[in-house]
Ligand binder design. Structure first.
Ligand SMILES: C[S@@+](CC[C@H](N)C(=O)[O-])C[C@H]1O[C@@H](n2cnc3c(N)ncnc32)[C@H](O)[C@@H]1O
Length: 328
């Protein structure tokens, strides 16, 4: 694939500096630049991250629904995947669109190297994929070089997500969709209040248990992210943002996108309980029995206080679809 033609600046093979990254390209201007706003989780500890989060079946399911919501766009000639990591969305996209070229981009050469090795096992591995190590905020694409852009759990890691959307807008052909999957504030606000209620009801002895200590950490984590966007703390945090539809609607108007669709993922009568179980597992390697029964009753009470209709709006995780206008 002629990956160089997709970018507005020359690319260099990272293998010339470090053989472990051979076949991964980077814009010339990024060589030697500090990776700001990203932590060791995605860099030195990439292998561990990959093992914990690699689940192409789940991402295939989410992508299927999003493509349906976008009106089943016809096969794009080229897809740009933003923040590809080790390939959770790249692999389902490759299977869904067997004729498309896929440019997988990420700031982490370590995660891209895992993806590269995985793709080498595919019969089409050499021809269809371009792997580019680039900060999504600084990626300079040529105009109208892609029919589809996808970012799976990426924007909330970015210091200035607005710049990523602007670069997608430039790269997309008229009528092309950008599809993202991101954490949303509404559902998380309810969970944050529920966790706070649990902490306020816990005895000192309970607060010392691993489960309640983790809930305390979650509340602190939510609190850190209540700071204004300009706060330097975001450079140190992996998870920086939770979004609202209002945020994306403002960018739709400012950047000139023709259409915005958002919807909640994983809507369920036990949405908060389900999310708390995921938090315990991924955040601390704990199971549900790490919290006392009464704490689960508090979570269930919050779940029960939400109507089926409101659940559709109180997303903890949401899909965001933006469409570039067909005409200038
Ligand atoms: C939650 S992971 C998602 C990875 C992949 N899309 C997936 O679904 O498994 C976030 C990804 O964003 C990447 N990332 C973080 N900051 C970035 C930046 N400024 N530019 C490009 N990628 C970035 C990380 O290296 C990581 O691969």
């Amino acid at each position: 694939m002629d990956v160089a033609s997709v970018f507005a600046e020359p690319l260099v093979d990272l293998g010339t500096e470090s053989p472990a990254f051979a076949g991964i390209y980077a814009p010339q201007s990024s060589i030697g630049a500090a990776k700001v706003g990203v932590t060791s989780q995605f860099l030195e500890n990439a292998e561990q991250y990959h093992r914990a989060y690699f689940d192409t079946g789940y991402w295939n399911f989410l992508l299927g629904n999003a493509l349906e919501a976008a009106g089943k766009p016809s096969s794009p000639g080229r897809i740009i995947d933003i923040g590809s990591g080790s390939g959770n969305s790249v692999i389902p996209l490759a299977d869904r669109f067997p004729d498309a070229e896929i440019i997988a981009t990420d700031i982490s050469p370590q995660l891209l190297a895992i993806l590269r090795d995985f793709l080498r096992q595919r019969s089409d591995g050499d021809q269809r994929f371009g792997l580019i190590c680039v900060d999504a905020m600084a990626a300079q694409y040529q105009e109208e070089v892609a029919g589809l852009a996808v970012g799976a759990a990426i924007l909330h890691h970015i210091l200035e997500p607005e710049r990523v959307l602007a670069s997608c807008f430039r790269a997309l052909a008229p009528g092309g969709w950008a599809i993202f999957f991101e954490p949303f504030e509404a559902g998380n606000a309810l969970l944050k209040l529920t966790y706070r209620r649990i902490l306020s009801q816990a005895s000192n002895a309970e607060r010392a248990t691993p489960g309640l200590r983790f809930i305390e950490r979650m509340v602190e984590d939510y609190k850190r992210r209540e700071r204004p966007a300009s706060d330097p703390i975001y450079r140190e945090l992996d998870d920086k943002w939770m979004f609202t539809r209002t945020y994306f609607d403002r960018l739709r108007a400012k950047q000139g996108w023709a259409e915005l669709i958002t919807y909640a993922l994983n809507v369920s009568p036990t949405g908060l309980r389900d999310q708390a179980i995921v938090h315990l597992r991924l955040g601390a390697g704990l199971t549900a029995d790490a919290l006392p029964a009464w704490a689960w009753s508090v979570i269930d009470e919050s779940d029960a206080s939400v109507s089926d209709d409101l659940r559709e709006e109180l997303a903890q995780e949401g899909a965001v679809l933006l469409r570039k206008p067909l005409h200038r």
